[in-house]
Design a protein around this ligand. Structure first.
Ligand code: NAD
Length: 251
């Protein structure tokens, strides 16, 4: 079903998007929902419920310590969904921005690999990538074989130790070096798009606000009012796949 989109083709915004030299995009689960990957939140959505567990009950170090097999099974289920999904038009626009702008950075909370598959090259996956595992002993990450994993849970290829998903879980800290690089880049940005993030995880809004305080114009793209809406100069109320392509055609 296609939602009605009111894209605000503000002439000043179009002019800014055409002349800008430094642009960032911050994405959340919403940009992948049109590819068929469930978000965790959003009105009327069932979310990524699996065997009646909510994500917050499984994506934690405590859950992994209690039952690693269960957590790996959940990730294997999600990996299957991600592997069977295709990047959508919004991912393609973000990849086109990467190719177009001199200085560009994509900061994604998504772990689904769809941005890379769409062609994005300059990106930070601040929550990790579902197709990678991490050795619990050495901290080194590695590519996982295609799902379904066998054995499950997988072992580390680097040490006689178990592996965990290479994901930043609820309650864990971010890679500070990566975050610092994001903040430095955002401080120099003229334009920042925040796409499909609820703001329930606060870091993307913090990052966007940092850019705004340093002079960037913020565009929030989301069918629902989000944590980014109030700091955005432009709110495009609609689905990313509807709102972004007609805008980008004019750049
Ligand atoms: P979220 O699940 O909290 O919120 C999703 C947001 O996307 C909502 O605000 C919703 O209104 C919006 N949305 C839904 N459909 C949209 C569309 N077609 N276009 C634009 N926006 C749309 O997602 P979040 O803020 O990213 O936070 C959840 C965390 O869970 C993330 O940090 C992420 O790491 C993880 N997660 C990742 C994936 C993925 O990799 N695809 C999926 C689910 C959750």
């Amino acid at each position: 079903m296609s939602s009605r989109v009111t894209v605000e083709y503000d002439p000043e915004l179009l002019a800014l998007a055409r002349r800008a030299k430094q642009v960032a995009v911050i994405t959340g689960a919403g940009i992948s929902s049109e590819s068929g990957i469930p978000t965790f939140r959003g009105a009327g959505e069932s979310g990524a419920l699996w065997k009646n567990f909510r994500a917050e009950e499984l994506a934690t170090p405590q859950a992994f310590a209690r039952d690693p097999e269960l957590v790996w099974e959940w990730y294997d289920w999600r990996r299957e969904i991600c592997a069977a999904s295709e990047p959508n038009k919004a991912h393609e626009v973000v990849a086109a921005m990467d190719a177009h702008y001199e200085n560009f950075l994509l900061i994604t909370q998504n772990v689904d690999n769809l941005h890379r598959r769409a062609g994005s090259r300059r990106l930070y996956e601040i929550h990790g990538n579902i197709f990678r595992g991490r050795c619990v002993q050495t901290g080194r990450s590695f590519d996982l074989p295609a799902p379904p994993l066998d054995p499950l849970p997988p072992r580390s290829p680097f040490a006689d130790a178990p592996a965990r998903p290479d994901i930043v879980w609820f309650g864990e800290s971010y890679d500070q070096e990566m975050l610092g690089a994001c903040l430095d880049f955002l401080a120099e940005c003229e334009l920042v798009f925040v796409i499909g993030t609820s703001g329930m995880v606060p870091i993307p809004i913090y990052l966007a606000d940092h850019a705004r305080k340093h002079g960037a114009v913020i565009v929030d793209v989301n069918p629902e009012v989000s944590g980014a809406t109030e700091i955005a100069a432009h709110y495009w109320q609609g689905r990313a796949g509807d709102a972004l392509p007609p805008f980008w055609e004019q750049i």
